[in-house]
Design a protein around this ligand. Sequence first.
Ligand code: IVH
Length: 666
Amino acid sequence: MSPATQAESLRQIIRRHEHLYYVLDAPEISDQEYDVLMRQLQKLEQEHPEVVTPDSPTVRVGGKAREGFRKAAHSSQMLSLENALDEGELRAFDARVRELLSGEPYRYVAELKMDGLSMAARFRDGRFEMAITRGDGSIGEEVTENARTIRSLPLRIENGDSLSDEPFEVRGEVVMNHKAFQRLNLEREKNDLTRFANPRNAAAGSLRLLEPGVTAARRLDYYAYFLFGEDGRTLFDSHWDSLEWLTAHGFMVNPRRQICLTADDALAFCREWELQRQALAYEIDGVVLKVDSIVQQRALGYTAKAPRWAIAFKYAAKQESTEVLDISVQVGRTGALTPVAHLAPVFVSGVTVSRATLHNEDEIGRLGLQIGDTVIIERSGDVIPKVVRVKMQGTHRKPFQMPRECPVCGGEIVREEGEAASRCINLNCPARLKESIGHFASRGVMNIDGLGDAIIEQLVDSGMVKSVADLYSLTGDQIMSLERMGQKSAANILRNIDRSRDLPLPRVISSLGIRFVGERTAELLAEHFGSMEALADASVEDLQQAQEVGPKVAESISAFFREHHNRELIDRLKAASLTFEHTIKRVKDGPLQGLTFVLTGTLPTLTRDEAKQQIEIRGGKVTASVSKKTSYVVAGAEAGSKLDKAVELNLKVIGEPELLELFAAG
Ligand code: IVH
């Protein structure tokens, strides 16, 4: 037998056992026997590298580390679902379906709504080709290598038939089961790493790791719930049949599904699993109902956000009671003190909860809460657990007192009239500084990828960074000296810091973290004042001349720039060559001269104003409504009626990547 044939026959055997083990949960051989087969294949592939194929089971252990993820466009929008929060909303959904189908009989498929993250997987010639995370629905991250390590995702279609030879796409949920989640958190605790809050965050974090080898060790699962052919072609007459086909060809489809003929049947299914969900190996947050017939799905169509033929019945937040052991305070970016309840750990819908935010002093008053009381807490989805009410007063209860001094720096605490929050007023308070840097570096602000909490913590604690301006004089050696920092990541951080110098003025304004000044206000301020200096020198009256700036916002901005430390910061950021001028000057004969653009929906990285500015700088025009004269419609997530109109008029529709290409070409 040639090495190639030998390898292929080994692969077939291994694939079969993987399917038996990971998908069907019914192994026929022991783990050791499986390891022996795998080793044989690995050895063969090492000796004859020419026989290695991209769908070989050996790739499941994860290949080389990578720098980052490429963005990739979805073949069609990955929509989310409308929610039904109670029986009434579910019945209303059913009534709407009935009405829209004007009396035709119809039926639903009820499936569990697994709580993970959705991922599209594309197949060609019966082989797995590419995986993309949901992202903003239009554009996600290409995570092919990491997806390959998920054992329940077939790399090659089993029992191939004529359908599986055609290109097709599967959509489904990447989840981490409770066992894998608990093992991971235990291990992280041992290594002094922060725990993941819930299995969904753990799954998302694991899928987006730069080292596929580590993803492989995280043991993710992939449940398929949707199938379609090239160009959105439907392959079956009913959704149920497509799930059966997926099952028969090696995919893991949740077996807990049911045909429901009436809303009553559907509700019974929802109630049944609400009671039984604790017994499942993974987290669910509801039930998804889908109209089974594809023809009827077509007839029902889509709203801008979601299909009209499906709904997610969400389970109510789980409540538990536990004791408040203590109340501590955290200091945020604006210096605001947030009281946090430390709880005797309780298990609430799949997660151990030991802390809950209490927001502010007034909230504690409203709850009538004291240390030692037993409280009801609630957790819904990824929301931070909250204290709902006091269930029973503790026998040795102790009232909470807001500290007079900042627990981090010892600075003065002030609670201003009419404000709920008490604040530390020391601008150099390390807690405030860490939060400010976090805000400064975040996406949508200065975009310094790689500068996460753990690194900021070290930069501040070591004294290397005493102000955000210090980031711009950091050296590679300084970053390299931090714990667990590799050369590549250090270079990456430096590069991202450097790049941030070129971001437009609105970003720099919002990076300052002035109260009430978010992305939009920053944009309007930049437009109105034209430069950082003009903004910094503006009086409260001047400021109120800008669009959407009222007395409260004006006063906050003015107070910020009156503060001597902040002036110093501005000077230093200028010296570091950040963008201080607002440049929108339409270039007469720029490369986009004569072209008209319409923007719709949310783009993955550019704000709408930035996209507009970039188009105008190159001589293009941006208009609000779509017409025959429109050259391009740039569509992002949740694009609405403008996109429909563009399709109707047969206009060119592009996404952000194509827009960026147009920019680069010019
Ligand atoms: S169907 C157009 N089925 O829930 C079809 N979604 O809120 C849209 N999810 O983004 C999805 N289990 O990540 C579908 N059995 C299931 C699901 C499911 C979990 C997630 C999915 C989706 C979100 C919608």
